[in-house]
Every structure is written in C-alpha cells, then in structure tokens.
Write a protein that binds this ligand. Structure first.
Ligand code: SF4
Length: 190
C-alpha cells in the first residue's frame, strides 16, 4: 500500500487503497471442480502450498458468498447452464479463473459433448495453463487477480473479462540419473 508513516506508528492512506487491500487479501473462491484439475486445486489449499498465505483459502460452496470462481476440469454442454447460473449468483465484483487445458480449450476431449473453452459462454479473467497446472501456477493466477484488484479503482459497473494468461514459472528438472527403479524391492527390467 502507498502509505506514509507518522510518529507513534500512525499510518495514513487512501480509502480506495484500503478497500482494495482488504478485497485482494480476502478472496473467497467458488470451486467448480469437475475432474482431475480439482485434485490439484485441493492440493493448492492444503498445507504444502498453503493458499491461506494469500488469503484465498476459504472455499465457499455458496455462490452468494464467493467472488472468485475457479473452474477446474472439463465442462460438458449439459453442465454449462449450471455453471452460468452459479456465476450469475456470485456477488460483484467477481473474477473467473479457467484452470487447466480442459476448462480453457476442452483439452484432449474434442467431442460434441465437451465445451471447447468456457470463455465461449462466460467471462474469463485469467487462464492457468497445464494438464493439470501445478499448484504454483494456480497461485500465480490468483496473484494475477490480486494485482488487478490492487491496481483497480473502486468498481464502477460491470467489467469486461481481462483474459490474461499465466505462464508457468517453474522449470521441470530431469529425474536424477543412477537411481535404480524397483518394484516390490526388485529392479525393474525394461
Ligand atoms: S486439464 Fe488435464 S488434469 Fe485438468 S481436467 Fe483436463 S485432463 Fe484432467
């Protein structure tokens, strides 16, 4: 926050900055997890990655108490009206993360029954790539939303979807060489 320190630890700032700081530090996600990406979403909230560090661990399964929808997994045509209905019930200002290849593009499910990208039917603010995305990448996506809230003024009417894409920030490392693979204590022969 852009603040000024006064004697006796008194801080001054603008109301807008305090409001935005409170909003970005208390995101309440509405998880719409339909497939394997949902497991990675659960891992993000668990102790190892600890989404609570960013104030966004209070998952709500009631749309009226949520302001961040995370769509994790594939969405079928039959399911889409339900997703839209839940989105409409969420309180403004609200944001949407499309987590994983299936939610963003249909992934490998190039079939008539799978929606080939939820952004055809609802606004998406941040796309998190991967199949599944790692928890770090999802956290990058949530932090992107937080940066948007920080830079935003107080909300004025409906917003347009922001359509940002997060790039993975980690580099996969190869398996260490020289470690034998065993099954039941016996070496694996390939
Ligand atoms: S993107 Fe991959 S991990 Fe995520 S729901 Fe689709 S198939 Fe599963």
């Amino acid at each position: 926050m852009d603040t000024q320190t006064l004697p006796d630890n008194v801080l001054t700032t603008q109301l807008k900055k305090v409001v935005n700081w409170a909003r970005r530090s208390s995101l309440w996600p509405m998880p719409f997890a339909t497939a394997c990406c949902g497991i990675e979403l659960m891992a993000t909230a668990s102790s190892r990655y600890d989404l609570a560090r960013f104030g966004a661990e209070a998952m709500r399964f009631s749309p009226r108490q949520s302001d961040l929808m995370i769509v994790a997994g594939r969405v079928t045509v039959k399911m889409m009206p339900v997703l839209q209905h839940i989105y409409q019930q969420m309180t403004e200002p609200k944001w949407v993360i499309s987590m994983g290849a299936c939610a963003s593009t249909g992934g490998v499910f190039d079939t008539y029954s799978t929606v080939q990208g939820i952004d055809q039917f609802m606004p998406v603010d941040v796309y998190v790539p991967g199949c599944p995305p790692r928890p770090e990448t999802l956290i990058e996506g949530i932090m992107a939303i937080q940066r948007i809230i920080d830079e935003d003024g107080l909300p004025k009417g409906p917003r347009r979807p922001l359509q940002l894409a997060v790039e993975p920030s980690y580099v996969p490392t190869p398996q260490p060489a020289g470690i034998p693979i065993t099954i039941g204590g016996r070496p694996l022969s390939v």
